[in-house]
Design a protein around this ligand. Structure first.
Ligand SMILES: [Zn+2]
Length: 101
């Protein structure tokens, strides 16, 4: 028998981490409350001073800014973009910070 090393994969992260918890932590001033698309407050990807352009989806974890066109499909993509890290580092960061290991 080969001993399996525990692997972190994107599905595991996405199934374990609620987009609501994640975005409340990353966007503490955003008025997040419901499933689906929400006002994400000020966009973290451009120097935003006018709320209304940045949206996050609390069902899927997707995000989109209509002012600077930053967009991604899930919390891993958001982490990669915000912290300028690659896919593997983003998953490690999420797993460590959210106690998913
Ligand atoms: Zn933006």
């Amino acid at each position: 028998m080969i001993k399996q090393k525990q692997k972190i994969n994107a599905d595991f992260i996405k199934n374990s981490l609620s987009p609501l918890d994640f975005y409340r932590y990353e966007l503490p001033t955003a008025p997040l409350k419901k499933a689906g698309w929400n006002d994400g407050g000020l966009c973290p990807f451009h120097s935003d001073n006018k709320p209304g352009s940045f949206r996050v989806n609390l069902t899927t974890g997707a995000y989109k800014c209509f002012a600077c066109a930053s967009a991604g499909g899930d919390v891993v993509a958001f982490t990669m973009a915000l912290y300028a890290v690659n896919f593997g580092d983003a998953m490690n960061k999420l797993a460590n910070e959210w106690g998913l290991l």
